[in-house]
Design a protein around this ligand. Structure first.
Ligand SMILES: N#Cc1c(-c2ccc3cc[nH]c3c2)n[nH]c1N
Length: 243
């Protein structure tokens, strides 16, 4: 997978060189390039923002540098049509399902907004050469798109074959099958008066699997009833409904 990131704060993306993503890059599973948007400005002050039409507070990112930058990036890659991902509070929710959708794509280009956002015509015009997707991490407000890109890139890259050592761990984690994961425990079996559930010490794999499923259901019903309601009807068996 190729990943390009356009930002006025390239240093913000430095963590993508560490750990999981860094290893994926070393393995050649991910090819990452971070570009400074100011490289496509033409004035002495390298201006990327201006006052908003219609008034209102703050500044809006100018379309010209974005247009030039997106032209240049589109010309850098393979013939595939890249997905342009624009983090914004006004986007569709970024979920594990979207992470899987992105993990199947050959080329992701991220556009990091700042100020009050990017001139709306940039996303419109980019549709000529990109599949454009505006996504939101959640119902809260950040100061820019860079943090969102760090989150999305990590959520996507870890799904790529070979990035996570034990691929099976992807199957049991929260949101993998629409539920939150069961509580996890390790040694010691007794810690400050708190015992690990006996079933996990039993060695009875069928009972352990059932306990984990029950606990995942209980936890999800308690914390995220919306996820249980969204499960396909066939996903819950009769016994599940009694948990
Ligand atoms: N994704 C996402 C976001 C943002 C966000 C994204 C881009 C910009 C550019 C200026 N302000 C921004 C906020 N806030 N909250 C989210 N869930």
């Amino acid at each position: 997978m190729r990943i390009d990131v356009l930002t006025i704060f390239p240093d913000y993306l430095a963590p993508l060189g560490l750990s999981l993503i860094g290893k994926a890059r070393e393995q050649g599973l991910v090819e990452l390039a971070v570009h400074d948007l100011r490289g496509w400005t033409t004035d002495r002050h390298r201006t990327v923002d201006d006052t908003p039409y219609g008034g209102g507070p703050g500044m809006v990112m100018r379309p010209e540098p974005w247009g030039q930058a997106l032209d240049a990036v589109a010309a850098m890659g393979a013939p595939e049509r890249p997905r342009l991902v624009l983090p914004t509070p006004a986007g569709r929710p970024f979920t594990q399902a979207v992470a899987h959708e992105y993990a199947a794509l050959p080329w992701l280009v991220f556009g990091c907004g700042r100020y009050e956002g990017i001139d709306a015509r940039v996303a419109e015009e980019a549709r000529e050469r990109y599949d454009v997707d505006e996504v939101s991490l959640g119902d809260y407000v950040l100061n820019g798109g860079e943090v969102a890109v760090l989150v999305v890139v990590e959520a996507v890259a870890r799904l790529l074959p070979g990035v996570i050592g034990n691929a099976q761990s992807l199957d049991d984690e929260s949101h993998a099958a629409g539920l939150l994961e069961a509580p996890a425990y390790t040694k010691p079996a007794l810690w400050r008066g708190h015992r690990v559930p006996d079933v996990l010490l039993s060695g009875d794999h069928a009972r352990i699997a059932r306990w984990k499923r029950d606990e995942a259901l209980r936890r999800t019903r308690s914390v995220r009833p919306d996820l249980v309601a969204a499960l396909p009807p066939g996903d819950l068996d009769r016994r599940d409904r009694e948990v």
